[in-house]
Structures are given as structure tokens and as C-alpha cells.
Design a protein around this ligand. Structure first.
Ligand code: SF4
Length: 377
């Protein structure tokens, strides 16, 4: 399986917690940027002729902020330059404050068949605190436009003043509006973002409270029929995100656009975060990758374990042996023994027990510590 990620770095307003490659004041660059992006798609398409891609994902930034014809144009270029599977999953991230019926029509005609909506919270004061441009009513309106479509909703935990009741309202709203998939994740506070001051002032819920919110949200989602298939991702049966599953299965993907990351042919590489540099490189016929690392055998083993254990599918010991020619338990004897109490073993399959999923990072730490040092550069 392989995926294509396309980054659209424009937003109407910078959110107070945002550390992503996104610009609130550069929409005038959108056409020129997309012309470069079409060119990069062509360059990558020529290199990847033998591949069939199963997913396309427009992320950002706010892909729904730029004129929809530019998204349609990108899809046209993708089809021209790459081979897509017949049932390819094509997702577009959408901000509820930037959507209307004409846009939805253009997206559907372009073949977008999945939408990911950034609701974050159904409480308007919290949305305002986050610097989001939408309110809960905008979300309801957006979901009405998407009636019958496959869409996912983002829900955020750890907001200033947030209570369990707020989380209940948010999850219920997403459910009632027809969300087939919910991503529920904790706010990450990055140094240098405006929300960092709230964090320093102790105004945000601490990690114990967030863990409690998570368990509460998880129980509500379970009640409503959403199954957890990854630590932060919950889906009604059959609505798991294929694009993200490909990441967690160590599938290959090509990232196109500013700051986009790729994993192809055993290498992980990332494009520049500088908009001018990105455009100059592409115009001159070069890629803008600023990092490119070979993934060595030991790193690949760790990635296989770490990514697989994030999901409900876990890892297969047989598959590990088939891929690497060695035994998982022998490669990581100390970590394996330490973590055994947290694992559920089923035939050749290992997964983290349900009750320990939230603390998986600490369970995985011993595996990272056991990676031979000389090969982790
Ligand atoms: S909409 Fe997303 S990418 Fe844009 S500023 Fe807000 S958090 Fe950042």
C-alpha cells in the first residue's frame, strides 16, 4: 500500500497553539504555490511510475481555505501523473469556517471521498481561546453540507477551562452530525506559540486531568459504537482512515508541498519549511528536501514495533521474522521482558492491552533504549 500527502500551507488566521507550516497572511501566493505543487507532483510521478497509490490526503494549513478549483487542479494532476487504485481514499482537511455548498460540489466532482473536519471543541469560548475562526454552529452547517459523506471530526483535550461535560457535548455533537470517525487527541503546547503563556501560568489542565478526559472520552466513544483502532483514532466499523493506517503499517508515502514528509525506498525525507525556498527550488527543477535519512535495519525494526503497537492490530511476530530474518524477542530481550505484563498475546500477535494504550509511550521506551547506539545516527 502507498499514499500521497499534499500540503496546503494557507490559513485565514493563525491558531494560538499552532506550530504547523501554515501562513495566515499569504493567500495571495496560493496560485503560484499550487503551480509549483503541480510541478512537484509531475516530477515525483515520473519517478514513481511502477507504483499504485491507494490514498491521497490534502492536509495543512487549511486546504478548504484556498479556491476549490486549485484542489480540483491538484487532483487532476495527481491522476495524470500517478496511478491511483480504483477505490482510492481521497481525504481533504476542512475548517468549518471556510466552507460552502459550491466548494463541496467542486470537491466531490474532483473525487474527494473523505473529509476531516477540525471541530476541536463544541464550546464557543474555547474555540475563541484557541484562535479558531469557526464556532459550533459553523460545524453543524459544514456537516449538513456533507450529509451522506464519509467524514471525520477532530476533538481536542486539555483546553483551558475544559470539563468532562464539554467533552461529552463535543463528542455528542460530532456523533449526532454523522461523523463516521473521530480523532481525539491532547493539545500539544509548543514553546513560542501564544498558548504557551497559558501553560506557564498553569491555566491548562495537567497531564493527569488530560488522561482522565481521555478515558472519559474513550468510554463515550465506545458507547456510541466507535472502535479505537489507534491511540487517538476511533471509527465506526469500516471507516478507519486508510491513509493513516498506511503510516502505522510502515507503508510508503510521498509527501508533496511545503514541509511535507515522505517515506520511500527506505528513506525518510522532508521538504523545506520556507515558502520562498520551496517555490524557488521547484521552479528551478529541484526538490526542496532539507533532510534525507536512510532508515537502517535496527531503526526499521523499532519503527515496525512502535508503529504497530500504536494500533489495535498490534504486531505479528511471524511478519517481523519474515521482514527482518530475526526474532523480535531476541532482538529486544530486555524490553520484551519488561513490557510483557502490558501485552496481550494471541497466537503470533502482540498488542498492548486496552487499559495500557494511553501510556504506550512509556511501554515503548525500553525498546528505544535497547536500539544499538552506533546504528541510530
Ligand atoms: S487551522 Fe490548523 S494549520 Fe491553520 S493555524 Fe489553525 S491549527 Fe494551524
Amino acid at each position: 500500500m502507498a499514499g500521497i500527502y499534499i500540503h496546503i500551507p494557507f490559513c485565514r488566521h493563525k491558531c494560538s497553539y499552532c506550530d504547523f507550516a501554515s501562513f495566515p497572511d499569504k493567500i495571495d501566493y496560493a496560485e503560484a504555490y499550487m503551480a509549483c505543487l503541480y510541478k512537484e507532483l509531475k516530477m515525483r510521478g515520473e519517478e514513481l511510475k511502477g507504483y499504485t497509490f491507494d490514498t491521497v490526503y490534502f492536509g495543512g494549513g487549511t486546504p478548504s481555505y484556498i479556491p476549490p478549483k486549485l484542489i480540483a487542479g491538484a487532483m487532476k494532476q495527481v491522476r495524470k501523473c500517478f496511478t491511483l487504485a480504483k477505490d482510492a481514499e481521497i481525504t481533504l482537511e476542512l475548517n468549518p469556517g471556510t466552507i460552502g455548498d459550491t466548494k463541496v460540489k467542486v470537491y466531490k466532482e474532483a473525487g474527494i471521498n473523505r473529509f476531516s473536519i477540525g471541530l476541536q471543541t463544541a464550546i464557543d469560548e474555547q474555540l475563541e481561546d484557541l484562535g479558531r475562526i469557526h464556532n459550533a454552529r459553523d460545524y453543524v452547517y459544514a456537516t449538513k453540507l456533507l450529509t451522506g459523506e464519509n467524514f471525520s471530526t477532530d476533538v481536542m483535550l486539555g483546553l483551558k477551562g475544559q470539563t468532562k461535560e464539554d467533552i461529552r457535548k463535543t463528542i455528542e455533537l460530532a456523533h449526532l452530525c454523522g461523523s463516521k470517525h473521530i480523532s481525539m487527541y491532547a493539545l500539544t503546547v509548543e514553546d513560542g506559540t501564544p498558548i504557551y503563556t497559558d501553560y506557564l501560568n498553569g491555566e491548562l489542565p495537567d497531564s493527569d486531568e488530560v488522561a482522565e478526559f481521555y478515558e472519559y472520552g474513550y468510554s463515550l466513544l465506545k458507547e456510541k459504537g466507535y472502535e479505537r483502532y489507534e491511540i487517538s483514532n476511533f471509527a465506526l466499523p469500516g471507516y478507519e482512515s486508510k491513509h493513516n493506517l498506511n503510516y502505522w503499517r510502515r507503508g510508503e508515502y510521498i509527501g508533496v508541498g511545503l514541509a511535507a514528509s515522505s517515506f520511500m525506498c527506505g528513506k525518510r525525507f522532508t521538504n523545506t519549511f520556507n515558502l520562498d525556498e520551496y517555490m524557488k527550488c521547484i521552479i528551478s527543477g529541484f526538490y526542496s528536501a532539507i533532510t534525507c535519512d536512510d532508515v537502517n535495519e535496527n531503526q526499521a525494526k523499532f519503527e515496525f514495533i512502535m508503529l504497530g503497537l500504536r494500533t489495535k492490530y498490534g504486531v505479528s511476530v511471524k511478519e517481523y521474522k519474515a521482514k527482518f530474518g530475526t526474532e523480535l524477542g531476541e532482538d529486544f530481550p530486555v524490553a520484551f521482558k519488561k513490557s510483557l505484563q502490558y501485552f496481550q498475546l494471541n497466537g503470533d500477535n502482540i498488542r498492548i492491552k486496552d487499559e495500557y494504550m494511553y501510556v504506550q509511550n512509556s511501554i515503548l521506551m525500553p525498546f528505544l533504549e535497547e536500539l544499538p547506539e552506533e546504528e541510530t545516527e
